[in-house]
Each structure stands twice: as C-alpha cells, then as structure tokens.
Design a protein around this ligand. Structure first.
Ligand SMILES: NC(=O)c1ccc[n+]([C@@H]2O[C@H](COP(=O)([O-])OP(=O)(O)OC[C@H]3O[C@@H](n4cnc5c(N)ncnc54)[C@H](OP(=O)(O)O)[C@@H]3O)[C@@H](O)[C@H]2O)c1
Length: 431
C-alpha cells in the first residue's frame, strides 16, 4: 500500500513556483521513492488566475488570497515562493508556522530581515521552516553548512552569491567593456531586472550572506551587520589593471571569524586568478566554506533559475516527507551565541588603489606622503609611460592595512589638486 501523499500548498506560481510544479510532475516516480511517499501539489495561489502557467492546474484548489491557502487544514506544508520582505509572504509564513504547519521558502530577503522572528514562530509552533533555495539556487549550501559542517567551527564562508553581478563583471573582464554597456545587455538577455539595483548594489548578495553567516557561526541573523558595496563603480580600466596584476574582480560576500568577532561584508574584490573562485564566471555562483576539521570545501553551480531553485525546494520537501528535522538556524534559538560584529573600519587586508592624476612632478610624492602619514605601506606601484601635463592612471597596491587607516589616507588623497577623479579602491582577497 502506498503511503499517504505529502499534500503541498504552493503560494506563488512564477519562476520558482512553476519549476516546483514541473519537477514534481516530471520526476514524480523518483521523488516518491526518495521521499517514501508521493509529494503532490494540492492547492496554489497567485495574483492572476487567467495567466498561462505552462502547466495544467486542473484539479488543484485555487486561492486568490495566499493567507487562505496558508490556513487550509488539508495541507501538510506551505511552499512560499511569492517573494518580498513584507506581506503577504511574511504574514502567510507566520500564520502557517503559528498553526504548526511546516513552511518551505526561497525568500532570502524575508529571512535576512525577519529570520529571528520566523525561527521563533517555527519553534513555538513545533514545526519546520526550511529554505535551501534561498541561497545560491541549486547549490546545496544550506544543508552543507547546517548539516555536513555541523561538527566544525566554521572560520570563514565566502562566495559569489549574485549571478547578475558575476555575469556583468566576467563579461566586462572578457570583452574590455564598461559597466553600463554590459548591464544594458544583461537586461536585454534577462540576466538583470529592469530595476537592477537590488543585484548590482549588493543587497541581494548581502541577504544571502546574512543567512550564511548566521548558520556558519551559530548566531542570530542580523542583516544590519553586513557592510555592503555594489559593482557600479568598477570600470573597464580597473578590470584591465586587475588582469595585468594577476587578479580577477568578483563581487564576494565574506563572513569571517576574527578575534574581535564576526566580520561580514559584500563588496568587489580582486582575487588572484589562480584561485578557484576567480574562475567561476558568467551567471554561476560558488561558495567556499572553511571548517576547523573539514578544511576547505567549495561548491559551485547555478545560483538561480526555475530548475536549480525547484531542485532545492524539492529537496526540502523530501526531507519533510521523511520526517528529517533540523532547527532553523542549526541550533535552537536560545543556544545561538550573540558574537559581536566587527565594524568595517577594523578590517585588515591589502588594497588596490587607482588614481587619475595630472602627470607632473611631485604628484607621486604627495600621494605616498598621505599613505605614509596614515601608516599604510606600499607593495607596488604601476604607471604606464608618461604624458606630461595630461591625466594618467596610477595604481598602488598596499600591504595589509586596517581599513580605517586606508580611509584616512584616501580622504587626504581625494583632496589633492592633482587627483582628478574619485579614486577607485578595491580590496584584495585571497580567494
Ligand atoms: N527566480 C529565481 O531564480 C530565484 C532563485 C532563488 C530564490 N528566489 C526567490 O524565490 C521567490 C520567488 O521568486 P520568483 O522569481 O519565482 O518570483 P516571480 O517569478 O515574480 O513569481 C512570484 C509569484 O508570486 C505571485 N504573487 C505575487 N504577489 C502575490 C500576492 N499578493 N498573492 C498571491 N500571489 C502573489 C505571482 O503571481 P502572478 O504570477 O499571478 O503575478 C507569481 O506567481 C523570491 O523570494 C525570490 O527571491 C528566486
């Protein structure tokens, strides 16, 4: 006799919701075998009932209001793939969890901003909140961090967490093109939204990093602790210098345990071209995890799209069907440690600094004086040819320096008359 199916309510029938429907239908037999019982979508909710979903919805209960779906007592689980950090996603997840109904979500924005509240509701309701699809799409990074690395002290988690930014930066590097041109093409190809700010300003990567940092370090999730910079200011000139110096420019999310606490930051980085992360190009994502016993593990794959994201949602559904349960943030909320966040000014690392200066005697001396007075020491300097009286780029690479010292030097350098544009400062990261 076949076991009773796991009855799913799907709130959202867009890219991810449509993918979940398709996967559960196309791979029904193997999902049933692995879950120990069939997993069937019984109810759905979206805004526009008339829209062609490319899938047959006959026989499924339709709810115009996702709150009503969340309250349907015949459902075993609610899958929230509507998106957005506010309602209805937040309200429907809270309602389902409070009623003791498991929830699976791909909603990184909501988890990053309200993850503690959602975990408390799941614990109070004695139920499951799972979110493998929320970070890096098809890459199983949540399970690896929360389960495979459960016996490790994680030292660092770092990754390429936004496919749009990675596509733009790798295309700029390959083709020598400027940011705005490549962004416009990415929008035409559907790799970037018409309002791309969430992606290119680093917010989306920061949502994912906040989730990874909470799991990696067993601390309550705090989005406000993440220092965020996007990729708008990366130029073709910086890409060319990066290549010359043996680096690739990537937008990384990095969370690191330091003696003072946890550093978490999203910003463009120069990484040596020989390290594996430097070779992850196009829309691909990758995450590196370093544990005290496991050492270093790197996961790479598709960070978005219907198929990869549905694959992660369904892996959570199969866990649920099998009765596998893990606390939302790896440990029960009272056991999470409130490790302090380290401000960006305390970050220590090497820096790439590019200036456009007037080619005239004394300029380099003024710049190096500002660096010396702030306690910043130089590893190398690059200038090509001479154009007396004209604007020329010069590139300086520092030894390891505290961010606050670098900022102090930069303040003074920006005010020099011979410095013509806002300097470009990119942190160097070793992968
Ligand atoms: N797309 C990806 O590759 C990806 C990857 C990882 C995570 N995620 C996350 O997954 C979630 C969904 O993303 P998506 O790309 O699938 O979004 P999407 O294509 O825009 O789909 C959103 C769905 O939600 C429905 N919806 C919106 N507001 C609603 C409301 N008030 N009531 C009922 N239904 C409503 C829409 O209905 P209509 O269809 O009728 O408009 C649509 O079906 C987001 O949290 C996103 O961050 C997406």
């Amino acid at each position: 006799m076949t076991a009773r199916p796991l009855s799913v309510g799907l709130a959202g029938l867009g890219t991810v919701g449509g993918g979940v429907l398709r996967l559960l239908r196309d791979n029904a037999a193997l999902v049933t075998a692995r879950a120990g019982r069939p997993i069937t979508v019984a109810a759905v909710s979206a805004r526009n009932r008339g829209r062609d979903r490319g899938a047959d919805l006959a026989g499924l209960r339709w709810y115009d209001d996702p709150m009503t779906l969340a309250a349907d007592p015949a459902l075993d689980v609610v899958v929230e793939v509507i998106g957005g950090a506010g309602d209805p996603a937040r309200a429907l997840i809270m309602a389902a969890l409070r009623a003791g109904r498991p929830v699976i979500t791909a909603n990184k924005a909501l988890l990053a901003l309200h993850g503690a509240e959602l975990a408390a509701a799941a614990e109070a309701g004695g139920t499951v909140l799972a979110f493998e699809a929320a970070v890096a799409g098809g890459i199983p990074v949540i399970k690896v961090l929360r389960e495979s690395f459960a016996g490790n002290r994680v030292r660092r988690v770092a990754g390429i967490l936004n496919g749009t930014c990675n596509y733009i930066l790798s295309t700029m590097a390959e083709r020598g093109r400027e940011f705005a041109d490549v962004l416009a093409d990415a929008q035409k190809l559907g790799y970037a939204e018409s309002d791309p700010s969430f992606d290119i300003d680093g917010i989306d990567a920061a949502h994912k990093l906040a989730i990874l940092a909470a799991l990696a370090f067993g601390r309550p999730i705090r989005f406000d602790d993440v220092h965020i910079e996007g990729i708008r200011d990366v130029s073709a000139l910086d890409q060319a210098f990066a290549r010359e110096l043996g680096y690739r420019i990537k937008l990384l999310g990095i969370a690191r345990q330091t003696e003072a606490g946890i550093e978490s930051r999203v910003h463009p980085c120069m990484i040596p071209e020989a390290v594996p992360l430097a070779r992850v190009d196009g829309v691909y994502n990758a995450v590196v995890i370093e544990g005290d016993f496991a050492g270093r593990v790197m996961l790479e794959g598709r960070g978005a799209g219907a198929g990869p994201t549905a694959s992660s949602v369904v892996s959570d559904l199969i866990d649920l069907a099998r009765g596998r349960k893990t606390p939302v943030w790896g440990a029960d909320s009272p056991l999470l440690c409130d490790v302090p966040a380290v401000p960006m000014g305390a970050h220590t690392g090497a820096y790439y600094l590019r200036l456009m200066v007037v080619d005239q005697p004394g300029v380099i001396a003024d710049v190096t004086c500002a660096l010396r007075d702030a306690g910043v020491s130089l590893e190398s300097m690059l200038q090509h040819g001479r154009s007396p009286g004209e604007a020329v780029p010069i590139v300086l690479v520092t030894h390891d320096t505290r961010e606050a010292q670098m900022r102090a030097a930069l303040d003074r350098i920006e005010r020099l008359e011979s410095v013509l544009e806002r300097p470009s400062l990119i942190r160097i990261e070793h992968g």
